[in-house]
Design a protein around this ligand. Structure first.
Ligand code: ARG
Length: 462
């Protein structure tokens, strides 16, 4: 059923009907549309804008509809213009004239943004929960790998030894910030726009605070023009989703590298890998690759909505109907990515010995040789120069620094003593970095404790 038509002499062109319709995308907000309509109808009754009888009839009709839509006995008509038309039309079909009173003092312009905010509020809570599950998996893996030494890299060149726990906990920090950003987006999504009407509110004595209270919003929006044309909350969410994907994508890139024969640091579980149709030996990290690939999609969704909104004069314009496809696509993509990624990390096998071997090669303890000389009185720049020469010599001899004899070391600097070997042992290199944020057991335990507290507090909040 169309919600308009009185002023038209002619029916709509069939292509225009298809082009104009958003039901394929917005039908997933049917619960929120009914929820919002229930609050609106009850407020209309309370304010005596419609009779108590009308309000009651609408309420029971909507509740019945919700039940039947949930159990599938009412199916959404794909030829409807949008979910709002469908709900109002179906209600009127069932309860007759009273159904036609529901839209008093309301416009689809304030209705659609109400529905979207209601939908998004739930989605944001769920998404935070999904990231929290990932944090729990990272926590578990970190605890198992506090002493797993691996090479840390800069410029993709071996740099200094760290531990696998230290490396994993870097991602835990990123996901903590992601959860914070979703909470921020939630705050601004949690404002109730209904009552703004098409653009200039209404002449009925509606009470927007009652509707906000009934729907669990913490406040009402303050300017009706802004209310119907604001999609900042969706863009903020898309921006937070883009950052989540960026983090997942960087993590994926490392997973892919670590699975290669060249690194061989981890092995993914068979349940999270795929094979090749031609090469029988292959075991491919498709999950990680897809997460990396889908990141582009979510960035695209963000750019879509930013671009849709950039030239829109106040107030509502139909361009804005494009908002939901982008937002829903990003929410679906991120949710599925996080859930799959989480299982992949939980089940992966860590090859601790290979990580340690990787750290032993590539002179990751060279900084510590320089630091040894500094602690015995040399200026850092001079120590750096000496160790550079030692490394050059080692490359020539195909040896690690710790394989040089004390006499050989003394030929570069007389300061070297027997204690150098202990000082540049990989375990010492890691354990001596006790600074906040560092790789030593002591520092990593602090990071683990902070993550545990973060998870606990968030769980208590829910
Ligand atoms: N389907 C529309 C949307 O998603 C709902 C609002 C339509 N309002 C209007 N006056 N045409 O944005």
């Amino acid at each position: 059923m169309k919600l308009w038509g009185g002023r038209f002499k002619k029916g709509t062109d069939e292509l225009v009907n298809d082009f104009n319709s958003s039901i394929n995308v917005d039908s997933r907000m049917y619960k929120e549309d009914i929820e919002g309509s229930l609050a609106h109808a009850s407020m209309l009754g309370e304010q005596q804008i419609i009779s108590k009888e009308a309000s009651d009839k609408i309420t029971s009709g909507l509740l019945e509809m919700l039940k039947r839509m949930d159990n599938g006995t009412i199916e959404i008509d794909p030829t409807s213009e949008d979910i709002h038309s469908f709900v109002e039309g179906t209600l009127t079909y069932y309860i007759g004239e009273y159904g036609k009173m529901l839209h008093t003092g309301r416009s689809r312009n304030d209705q659609v943004t109400l529905d979207l905010r209601l939908y998004l509020k739930k989605a944001l809570v769920d998404l935070k929960q999904d990231i929290l599950c990932l944090e729990e998996v990272i926590l578990e893996k970190s605890k198992e790998n506090i002493e797993t030494i691996m090479p840390g890299y800069t410029h993709m060149q071996k740099a200094q030894p760290i531990t696998f726990a230290h490396h994993l906990l870097a991602y835990a920090e990123m996901f903590k910030r992601d959860i914070g950003r979703l909470s921020d987006a939630y705050k601004r999504t949690d404002e109730m726009p209904l009552g703004s009407g098409a653009l200039a509110t209404s002449t009925y004595p509606i009470d927007r605070n009652i509707v906000a209270r009934d729907l669990g919003f913490s406040k009402v929006t303050l300017n009706s023009l802004d209310s119907v044309s604001d999609r900042d909350y969706a863009i903020e969410t898309l921006s937070a989703l883009s950052l989540i994907m960026m983090h997942l994508s960087r993590f994926s890139e490392e997973i892919i590298l670590w699975c290669t024969g060249e690194f061989n640091f981890i092995e993914l579980d068979d349940a999270y890998s795929t094979g090749s149709s031609i090469m029988p030996q292959k075991k491919n990290p498709d999950v990680a690759e897809l997460v990396r690939g889908k990141t582009g999609r979510v960035y695209g969704d963000l750019i879509t909505l930013l671009t849709v909104m950039k030239g829109i004069p106040l107030a509502y314009n139909k361009d804005m109907q494009e908002d939901k496809e982008a937002l829903f696509d990003a929410l679906d993509t991120v949710t599925l990515s996080i859930k799959t990624f989480c299982g992949m990390i939980k089940t992966m096998k860590v090859k601790k010995e290979n990580m340690k071997k990787g750290a032993a090669l590539g002179f990751t303890n060279a900084t510590d040789v320089a630091d040894y000389l500094v602690k015995k009185g040399l200026a850092f720049r001079n120590a750096h120069e000496i160790v550079g020469e030692i490394v050059l010599e080692c490359i020539k001899k195909n040896k690690m620094i710790e394989e040089l004899t004390l006499d050989q070391l003394k030929s570069f600097s007389p300061i070297f003593e027997k204690d150098i070997y202990k000082a540049i042992d990989l375990l010492t290199c890691v354990e001596e970095r006790k600074v906040i944020g560092g790789p030593s057991t002591q520092s990593v335990k602090l990071q683990i404790e902070a993550l545990e507290n973060f998870i606990k507090e968030l769980k208590e909040d829910n």
